[in-house]
Design a protein around this ligand. Structure first.
Ligand code: ZN
Ligand code: ZN
Length: 380
């Protein structure tokens, strides 16, 4: 029997079943898919907390996770500004969170219903050429897809593809709020800022942007004992937080003279590592101005518009510029560090809401200068 014939037979059978039901005098429609609430992107500047079909296992390697805690990322604000055309209207946002496995596909072997899990912002098949190089962010059937090209975690349930290699078991007794910081911001600050930026003992580091990602880079750069960590931001409140988190100096760049201030602090040399943690032309160009000969500009920011590359000044300065989407290869190490209480990522959490209050949480997170918000926790 060919596939087409078998489909026809199946159709005929289902028609017969429907007719039989009708004949029995109880006409009914096919059962509706189970519903849930989710934060749905409806194009630039538009979002809604609304009813949505609950996700179901599509591939045998999928898991469905009931989200217990999630958060909002600066990247979600970039999407809402219209900076990321890959994310189309109708998409559920969010790529961070922890939860409980609700169901798994037949090929999932590492997790079962009831397991508490950390959701990685990057999904990885573990088998393609990029995954075999540890570059999970460019997995041929994964990468950063959650809340981007497939539905994300700002919902009551989420479908996680390649569950075996994209979820992490939550160790017993772990602080789940701390682990929400491990879905994205800690590995991002560490891999894209600290590792790519080649932070070394005794070196000088500047981090442009003292938001959650910049602060995650600040916390994780201290694994390597740099001599100086200079934080730069427009907001004095965030700079004060940075000093509490270990910054040795802070510069408010509102006056447009941050580069001069960095040069003064570094005896005119500039910094060995300049981490860009905002994603706008002004902050990247500031990194170009303050990087020392032989230094690295490590970009983390999500850029929506063209940025000027000043090779007329930089061509002879032996510098490197790195870009990266987080691979989350450092997540197991960061889990150990957090478990050992060597860093406490809950210090980044400023606000807590119920998941159903997510629109209010977006307002709070989106007006961080007034609300002093860093990371918000949304609890189901
Ligand atoms: Zn993010
Ligand atoms: Zn892959």
């Amino acid at each position: 029997m060919t596939v087409v014939e078998s489909t026809l037979v199946a159709d005929a059978a289902s028609t017969a079943r429907r007719q039989a039901t009708t004949a029995a005098g109880s006409p009914r429609q096919d059962p509706q898919p189970a519903q849930m609430k989710a934060l749905v992107y409806h194009g630039p500047g538009r979002k809604a907390w609304e009813d949505h079909a609950r996700p179901v296992v599509v591939e045998a390697t999928d898991a469905i996770v009931r989200v217990t805690k999630t958060t909002i990322c600066g990247t979600d604000l970039h999407i809402l500004k219209g900076d990321l055309p890959s994310c189309v209207p109708g998409r559920i946002l969010g790529h961070e969170g922890v939860g409980v496995v609700d169901s798994v596909g037949a090929a999932v072997t590492a997790f079962k219903a009831g397991d508490r899990v950390l959701i990685s912002c990057v999904s990885a098949c573990g088998k393609c050429a990029y995954c075999r190089r540890g570059m999970f962010s460019h997995c041929e059937t994964g990468g950063w897809i959650l809340g981007n090209t497939i539905d994300g975690t700002q919902a009551e349930f989420v479908r996680i593809p390649h569950a075996d290699t994209s979820l992490y078991p939550i160790p017993p007794g772990a602080d789940e709020e701390a682990l929400v910081m491990l879905s994205d911001i800690l590995p991002t600050g560490f891999e894209c800022g600290v590792l790519n930026g080649k932070v070394q003992p005794g070196n000088t580091v500047a981090i442009v942007g003292s938001g959650p990602i910049g602060l995650a880079a600040l916390l994780t750069s201290q694994f390597y004992s740099p001599a100086e960590i200079i934080m730069i931001d427009l907001d004095d409140g965030r700079l004060e937080v940075a000093r509490r988190f270990g910054a040795t100096a802070s510069i408010n760049s509102t006056d447009g003279k941050a580069a001069e201030a960095v040069m003064k602090l570094t005896g005119g040399r500039g910094v060995d590592t300049a981490v860009e943690a905002v994603g706008i032309p002004a902050t990247f160009e500031l990194c170009e101005e303050i990087v020392a000969p032989g230094g690295v500009i490590a970009n983390i920011g999500v850029h929506g518009v063209q940025v000027a590359l000043h090779l007329e000044r930089l061509w002879d300065r032996n510098i490197s510029i790195t870009t990266r989407l987080v691979d989350t290869v450092s997540t197991p190490m960061l889990l150990n560090i957090v478990k050992a209480k060597r860093i406490d990522p809950t210090r980044l959490i400023t606000h807590r809401f119920k998941l159903s209050q997510i629109l209010e949480a977006y307002e709070t997170f989106g007006h961080a200068a007034e609300t002093k918000a860093l990371k918000v926790i949304l609890e189901a």
